[in-house]
Design a protein around this ligand. Sequence first.
Ligand code: ZN
Length: 274
Amino acid sequence: MSFIPSIHPPDSQDRPILWFIFDKSKLLVISEHGTCSLPDGGQVEAGGLKPIHQLFFGLLEDRLCYAAGLCPDDPLPASFEWMDLRGLPGTIGEELFWIAGRANHLLDWDQSHRFCGRCSHPTEDKSEERAKRCPACGLINYPRLSPAVIVAVVKGDQILLARNKRFRAPFYSVLAGFVEPGETLEQCVQREIHEEVGLSVKKIRYFGSQPWPFPNSLMVGFVADYADGMIAVDNSELMEAAWFSAQSLPALPSRISIAWQLIDWFVNSRQVRH
Ligand SMILES: [Zn+2]
C-alpha cells in the first residue's frame, strides 16, 4: 500500500472513501469474524453515522482518506467499536497505524486552531498548504510538531534503561525528553540525561527518527556513550533507572517504537562484538 499525503481531494470524486474517525485517541473500527478493519464510505453511511469536522489528508492507493470526529450522542451500530491507537499495530497493521497516527495528529491540530491564538478571531484554512490563517491579523499556524530526543546511553556491555512514572505498563525504556527553544538536539541529549539520571555522556551520534502521534511528537533517536557520574534518579519523572546487559533485559516497550529499535540495536551490536 502506498499513501500519498495531500490537502485537496482529486477532481474526480468518484473514488472509494476510507474513514479515520476518532474519539480523542480512539479510532473507530469494524470488528467482525475475528478481523478488524477501517470503515469505508458505504459502511459509515449504512451505519447511519454522521462524521463531523471532516478533513481530507491523502490517498491510500485509490481511496480518499478522511479524518473526522463523531457526534458524542451518535449510537454505534453493531460491529463498530472504538479501539485505542496504541493497540492498532497488532490488529489493523503497522502501515495503517502510521496513517491513523497522521490523521489523529492533523485532526487534533485542526480542532485546536479554529481560533487565532493572538486575536481570537476564527481562522480559515489556507488553500495552497496545510495551514490556518487568521483573516483579522494575518497570523499563520502550521500543524504543530514537538521534537523530542530519545537516547540509548551505553556503558561497556550495558545500556541505561529507566521506568517512567507515566508508563501505564511496567516496562523499562531508554530516556527521552522534549527539545527546548534555543537548544540543539545534542545539547538536549546532554541536558535530559543529566536532569533525569545525573550522568554526563559523550560521542553523541544520530540513530534515526520516528513520528510519534500522541499527539504530535517527532522522536529523534541518538546513541551516546557514558562519560561520567553515578545514577541519581529524578523522582519527579522516573521511578527507577539502572544499567542492563543484553542478557538480562527487563520488560521492553512496543516493538513498533524507536525506543525498541534503539534497544534492539544495542543487543545486536553486543552480539557482533562478542
Ligand atoms: Zn488573529
